[in-house]
Design a protein around this ligand. Structure first.
Ligand SMILES: [Zn+2]
Length: 392
């Protein structure tokens, strides 16, 4: 027999205890461990909710609750705007085996009227809600994670082969501030792999070209260009405002300089390098793993290592390595997963083999040990015999 709304409510009330907002407040203040479940729609939750409440809109309740609250004996207080949806939701939860479920009478409206504290998450624009929808669906990212990405500041060293995919993907993902340092102009020979730039921009400063591409991709992103050459004079000033540094510069002077600067400034450095058909990526995190000098204490003698221009590099390869760098930068910002600290991912494109190498910290490292020999930044140009530092 079909039941009326009134009958349904009465039935629910017989099995589900209801708690007025005053009681809920008292229980929470006492430190009782209740899981607060907000069953309103996402936009209602976004405008304001009880502190610590999990958002699980009524329409997704049955599908997602076991993911959100895995333990059936977890005590739950469900609430909605006025107390009706949450009563129905609580009944469903009970039927699903949740042992201790209450519904808050009067809902969020009554809570607010009582003058109790509530919190509002970051307010996303309708465009942002659509743009980052696939992030919002991931519990590990969600709106909180997206807010972290939008607040994050990542510096790309070089707008070349590695910097291109890094900056493009980070901008697409909504990393709010992207710094790019590069003193070069776009050259026709760059376009084989440096996908930030286009044919009509040959001769344009790479920083300007990068800005145009990234702004066109995502207007949420603020691009800060440094059209200058990285040196011991400017490196500390440039890296200081950034949370994560991504190295996309394939020459030894810059590699040593940026490593030392990041150790001294305690900034995580997402490192990548490419050579002909092979590439590798790792994360140097001061205090948590090795730095570049733990592996290679001193730069090679002048002329010992050929540059990209001399040795050649397969197009696409920097895309592979740069994408790993972009993923690692995002993991560091979001605080999820296991970063590539103390490990190096190595790709050989010809054999299609991928290896994971273990990297160890050198307790006597000249720069990151407890008693470092190097305490000042060094410009290695003259030692390496390089006069132009070009991005990979
Ligand atoms: Zn070290």
């Amino acid at each position: 027999m079909a039941k009326t709304y009134k009958q349904l409510m009465e039935e629910a009330r017989q099995v589900i205890p209801e708690a007025p907002v005053e009681e809920v407040k008292t229980r929470l203040d006492r430190g009782e461990q209740w899981t607060l479940l907000d069953v309103r729609e996402r936009d209602e939750y976004r405008e304001g909710h009880l502190e610590g409440a999990l958002s699980l809109p009524r329409g997704f309740l049955e599908i997602r609750v076991e993911e959100t609250v895995p333990e059936k004996h977890t005590p739950i207080i469900a609430y909605c705007a006025g107390g009706v949806r949450s009563l129905m939701a609580a009944r469903t939860l009970k039927e699903m085996g949740y042992e201790n479920v209450m519904s808050m009478t009067g809902g969020y409206t009554a809570w607010k009227h009582a003058g109790y504290t509530w919190v509002a998450d970051r307010q996303f624009t309708p465009e942002q809600i659509t743009r980052y929808a696939r992030h919002f669906t991931l519990p590990e990212v969600g709106e909180t994670g997206q807010a972290k990405l939008l607040d994050a500041k990542v510096l790309c060293i070089g707008a070349g082969g590695l910097g291109s995919p890094v900056a493009l993907y980070l901008a697409a993902a909504g990393v709010g501030t992207i710094g790019i340092i590069d003193h070069d102009v776009v050259d026709l020979s760059n376009l084989q792999r440096q996908i930030l730039h286009t044919n009509d921009r040959v001769g344009m400063p790479k920083v300007k070209s990068a800005q145009q591409t990234l702004n066109a991709l995502n207007p949420d992103v603020r691009v800060i260009g440094f059209n200058e050459r990285l040196s011991s004079e400017n490196v500390m000033r440039i890296i200081t405002d950034f949370d994560v540094i991504v190295n996309g510069c394939d020459n030894f002077p810059t590699r040593y300089l940026i490593n030392d600067a990041c150790v001294m400034a305690k900034k995580p450095l997402v490192d990548g390098s490419i050579f002909q058909f092979e590439g590798q990526a790792t994360v140097f995190s001061p205090g948590h793993g090795p730095c570049y000098r733990c592996l290679f204490p001193e730069p090679p003698p002048p002329g010992a290592a050929p540059s990209c221009a001399e040795a050649g590099v397969l197009g696409v390869l920097p895309g592979l390595v740069g994408c790993v760098q972009a993923v690692e930068a995002m993991k560091l910002i979001l605080g999820i997963g296991r970063p590539l600290i103390g490990r190096m991912l190595h790709f050989d494109t010809l054999s299609a083999e991928v290896r994971m190498l273990k990297l160890r910290r050198d307790p006597n490292c000249v720069v990151c040990s407890d008693h470092p020999k190097i305490t000042e930044l060094i410009d290695y140009e003259e030692f390496c015999g390089l006069h132009t530092a070009k991005a990979a």
